[in-house]
Each structure stands twice: as structure tokens, then as C-alpha cells.
Design a protein around this ligand. Structure first.
Ligand code: GRF
Length: 187
């Protein structure tokens, strides 16, 4: 099974996938890792691991539709079975979803449909829920919407800060993503 992973930031969840593939516990091929901006640690980690990487820099395109088309063309050039959004902070265009319908997997640090968007951890704390968690789902053209594949609950502790909670969620998120990818690879 071939995947392309899209990141925008540190790529710690991606790192856990790279490690699982390297130690043989995840039977898949990471065809490439891409970002929407230069200088991400996620792409840096991937290059260090000997993986192919690319950047389709959002700022290089005067029109959003041109960036959308360039991203789709680049990702499709790897002929992936699945595209994994792991900390990728762009909402892809409907054309991208059409090309990878049911094969675009996103991870989110909250129990969707609760707390979608870029601040799911912060929003859960602000609301005062006692349990949040993480979600792996097939993404559609919405913001963190689409059929849910798996979820893990994570309790919010009184002493939690947004960072401490997000780090604890990410531990669960990495395990969940690897489990989902292993299941997809076996299917
Ligand atoms: C993850 O929690 C992801 O769900 C959210 O941003 C975080 C990315 O973390 N969108 P990292 O870049 O994998 O460290």
C-alpha cells in the first residue's frame, strides 16, 4: 500500500508512522511527504529518513485554484492508495476530494464532530468538557468532516494546559493512526 503524507508543522505524528514502517510493524510504502509551506520540521524529518519530499508552497500561487491544482497534480503523480493529512492545515479543494474520495485520511485532536477546526484542543478546554480525544476519519470537502474511522477518548485533567493536553492527545493519535493504517494495509 502506497501513501503520501501531507504536513504543515512539526510532523511528530508522521514521525511515528515513519518509525513504524522502519521497524517493520507497518507494511506500507511512504511514497512521499509534502507540505504547503517551506521549512517544516515534518518535511525535514522525512528527508532525514531518506523519504521523497515536496513543497507546494501556498505563497507561490496568486490564485487559490492554482495551488489546489498544483497540489492535486503533485500528489497524484505518486499514485498513492491513500493520502494522509497529519497536521496539514489547509482545506483541500473539492477536486482533490473527488480524486481521492474515500482515500483521504485526516487526523484531528478532538472527538469529531465536536470541536472541528484549527483549535480543537483549545475549544474543548474552553467549553469545559471532561473528556476529549482524537479522531481519524475519511475527509470530505468540509472542515474536519467525513466518515469517522476510529476515535480514542482522552480525559482532560484539572492541571492541563492546552499544550500538555495536546501532547497527551497526540500520543493517542499516533497509536490510532498507525492502527488505522495497518487495518487499511491489510484490507
Ligand atoms: C495533530 O494533533 C493533528 O491532528 C493536528 O495538528 C497536530 C499535528 O501535530 N491537526 P504534528 O505536526 O504531527 O506534531
Amino acid at each position: 500500500m502506497r501513501i503520501v503524507v501531507l504536513v504543515s508543522g512539526t510532523g511528530s505524528n508522521l514521525q511515528s508512522v515513519i518509525d513504524a514502517v522502519a521497524n517493520g510493524s507497518l507494511p506500507l510504502d511512504i511514497a512521499a511527504v509534502g507540505a504547503d509551506r517551506p521549512g517544516t520540521l515534518g518535511v525535514e524529518r522525512s528527508a532525514s529518513a531518506g523519504l521523497e519530499t515536496f513543497v507546494v508552497n501556498f505563497k507561490d500561487y496568486s490564485a487559490r485554484t492554482e495551488w489546489d491544482a498544483a497540489l492535486l497534480e503533485k500528489v497524484a503523480s505518486y499514485a498513492p492508495d491513500y493520502v494522509i493529512s497529519s497536521g496539514f492545515m489547509r482545506i483541500v479543494a473539492p477536486g482533490f476530494i473527488n480524486a481521492f474520495e474515500g482515500r483521504y485520511v485526516n487526523t484531528h485532536p478532538a472527538l469529531l464532530p465536536s470541536f472541528p477546526g484549527a483549535h480543537g484542543v483549545r475549544d474543548a478546554m474552553a467549553y469545559g468538557v471532561k473528556v476529549t480525544g482524537c479522531t481519524v476519519h475519511f475527509a470530505d470537502a468540509g472542515v474536519d468532516t467525513g466518515p469517522i474511522i476510529a476515535q480514542t477518548p482522552v480525559a482532560i485533567l484539572p492541571e492541563d494546559t492546552e499544550d500538555s493536553l495536546h501532547e497527551r492527545i497526540k500520543v493517542a493519535e499516533r497509536e490510532l493512526l498507525i492502527q488505522v493504517l495497518a487495518d487499511l494495509a491489510r484490507a
